[in-house]
Design a protein around this ligand. Structure first.
Ligand SMILES: [Zn+2]
Ligand SMILES: [Zn+2]
Length: 114
């Protein structure tokens, strides 16, 4: 999956936006703002790449593509971001989805707290 985010730069604060609901600000740079936005959209465990696609210097505006990593899959059921479990799931770990985490927990195979 990929989404296009816009980043505006005002007084060296970069604000990345996707739709009307997702927004993230950062003073470090446009790319960092987009990476924060990606975490808000996809969750902290989803891997993704960000690429600048267009820059409008005069308007202090740039456009970025956020692409989810298609190779990231659940180690138990093999679901991905694009093709999740029936009823929906989310990452509880980089390679474990929420559905499978529940099943594992029910069988007592998940150890908590290391
Ligand atoms: Zn799974
Ligand atoms: Zn799943």
């Amino acid at each position: 999956m990929e989404v296009i985010a816009s980043v505006s730069n005002r007084y060296n604060t970069y604000t990345a936006k996707f739709g009307s609901r997702h927004k993230a600000s950062c003073t470090a740079g446009a790319q960092q703002a987009v990476e924060r936005l990606g975490e808000k959209i996809f969750g902290e465990h989803q891997r993704f790449t960000v690429t600048e696609i267009e820059r409008k210097d005069g308007e202090h505006l740039s456009y970025w593509r956020i692409t989810t990593d298609p190779s990231q899959a659940c180690r138990v059921c093999g679901c991905t971001w694009d093709k999740g479990c029936e009823g929906g799931c989310s990452w509880v770990d980089a390679d474990l989805c929420s559905n499978c985490a529940q099943v594992l927990e029910a069988y007592g195979n998940v150890t908590h707290g290391g």
